[in-house]
Ligand binder design. Sequence first.
Ligand SMILES: O=C(O)c1ccccc1N[C@@H]1O[C@H](COP(=O)(O)O)[C@@H](O)[C@H]1O
Length: 226
Amino acid sequence: MTLLVKICGLTTPPTLEAALEAGADMVGLVFFARSPRHVSLDAAAGLAAQARGRARIVALTVDADDATIEAIAKLVEPDLFQLHGREIPARVADVRARCGRPVIKALPIAVRDDLAPVESFAEVADMLLFDAKPAPGAALPGGNGLAFDHTLVAGLDPGVPVMLSGGLDPATVAQAIGLVRPAAVDVSSGVERAPGDKDPAKIRAFVAAARAADAAAREIREEPPL
Ligand SMILES: O=C(O)c1ccccc1N[C@@H]1O[C@H](COP(=O)(O)O)[C@@H](O)[C@H]1O
């Protein structure tokens, strides 16, 4: 399967357009008030209208309640939800049923033991997202530009597609793809000038670097042995 590239935390029509024109497969809208990338329901509905049919729209929430999930589903009509909080497997299943859409569940990774819940989340989520575990007391559970040790998830096959994130940027994404061979990569901070301020040139560079790395990895895999 061809690698999917997601650009997350888009907040303005011009930067969303840059992501769409660069060929992003997924665009993320953040619904988390503490994030510098938070968008209101109204703003998100406008951005979603701009993206619809051009890329999959991902609504990112953090431990959101039912009313918030339902309001986003109704007013924004995303293609998927990304759950980036402390949702337990039962809650992931509940949100999936409630919103009637596929769900990406983010798991924070710092050490091998953090992979223990992978199996139970793989039973209820459509995709697993491996992100760096934030520092204790961090304001955000993701979107911190923090990387983790990718060797922990290299070659891991949880039975559902894997999305890789955490401190990726145009310079590091190729190595991460080569090592982990994820189904998808996701970036926020690595394509910004400052938190919340997306840089169209970095978005283009990120998508191009990810596509080139994916093509190179396929060539190596498909090369005949002799
Ligand atoms: O982007 C945010 O503001 C955000 C807020 C709360 C939870 C997750 C958030 N973003 C996600 O975090 C990871 C890593 O981002 P980064 O590239 O390291 O900045 C990514 O999956 C974003 O979708």
